[in-house]
Design a protein around this ligand. Structure first.
Ligand SMILES: [Zn+2]
Length: 330
């Protein structure tokens, strides 16, 4: 999904500029620590950077894609790159030892060597200590790239030996563009990009049967409550409660409901925005005509209030029924 240098420049402009400038000026650090939320492109950009560092003919700070090194990279077994990730719960000391042995080998492959440690926060104490020594004396032409979503769990001694590169969460706009680029339908991409900032999670949601069912139910409920409160109350029992049983689902359900009313408010205000449910555009426009700003504002408020009550373990049935009554028209 996230492949070319251009895509990376769009999703992480600051990170890309820093890395490409360091490369251009030959001011490379021995070790980098990429930190930031899931789905922000850390793994993809670590791959890009490794490929760039090893490329034989880089053009304008982008790998050439045609040299021997670039082709080896694409084949997935470049001898100059080692990647490790947790084996079970932790990154074990043997993994680190093996990695160091690989990086210390000479003559095997000439030139730079790169190692990437995914989920670096999952090194246990002994692994981290073993790595620490190597970070202090990495030897010639060895570059480390550590990745983490939990910067606070990285030992401060490790952190202080790495150049910190912070990744921002993807903006909705960028995420939406990428999801569409990967072939996801706009209606679905528009919804999932409201619920997560991670391209990975967005893709998972879009393939989740239960989520697709939840989406349908939210839209059905919005139209039901506008037309007939009794039908809406029945739907809460028969459709909503069984589908949104888990707390996490219940929360997401209310968010999805909130976004529907936000869509209607955007339609009323004539905002040029990508709806959460673009497939409902015509319905939203009609609904927007039928209600006042005050009514819409009360409805949004009612959903927010229900969201606040959710963690207090209030009876879920009661909470949803009360919400339906608050959302009904007139
Ligand atoms: Zn190349």
């Amino acid at each position: 999904m996230l492949e070319t240098g251009k895509t990376f420049e769009r999703i992480q402009p600051v990170v890309m500029k820093r890395l490409q400038q360091a490369f251009e000026k030959e001011r490379l650090a021995h070790a980098y620590l990429f930190e930031g939320p899931a789905g922000a492109g850390k793994r993809e950009i670590s791959g890009f950077f490794a490929k760039l560092l090893l490329c034989e003919n880089p053009v304008q700070n982008v790998p050439c894609e045609t040299c021997r090194s670039c082709r080896l990279y694409e084949s997935g077994n470049h001898p100059g790159i080692s990647t490790i990730k947790p084996d079970g719960q932790f990154i074990k000391i043997d993994q680190i030892r093996e990695l160091i042995a690989m990086m210390s080998k000479t003559g095997f492959t000439s030139g730079r060597k790169i190692y990437i440690i995914e989920e670096a926060d999952r090194m246990n104490q002994s692994s981290a200590n073993a790595l620490l020594k190597f970070l202090e004396e990495p030897g010639q032409d060895v570059t480390a790239i550590l990745l983490t979503e939990r910067l606070h769990s990285i030992m401060s001694t490790i952190r202080s030996r790495c150049q910190l590169i912070s990744f921002q969460p993807l903006s909705r706009e960028v995420l939406l563009e990428n999801l569409k680029g990967s072939g996801m339908a706009l209606s679905l991409a528009a919804t999932v990009s409201m619920l997560t900032q991670s391209a990975e999670q967005a893709a998972l949601l879009a393939e989740d049967e239960q989520f697709l069912q939840q989406r349908k139910t939210v839209l059905k409920l919005v139209t039901a409550v506008a037309a007939d409160i009794h039908e809406a109350l029945l739907m809460v029992q028969s459709d909503w409660l069984p589908l949104f049983k888990e707390k996490e689902d219940a929360e997401r359900g209310l968010d999805m409901l909130l976004f529907a009313y936000r869509d209607i408010a955007s339609a009323k205000a004539g905002l040029e925005t990508v709806y959460t449910y673009p497939d409902m555009e015509e319905t939203w426009k009609q609904m927007a005509l039928q209600r006042s700003y005050t009514a819409l504002s009360d409805q949004l408020q009612a959903i927010l209030q229900a969201k606040q009550q959710l963690p207090r373990n209030m009876n879920r049935t009661l909470l949803m029924e009360q919400l339906m009554l608050n959302l009904q028209e007139g």
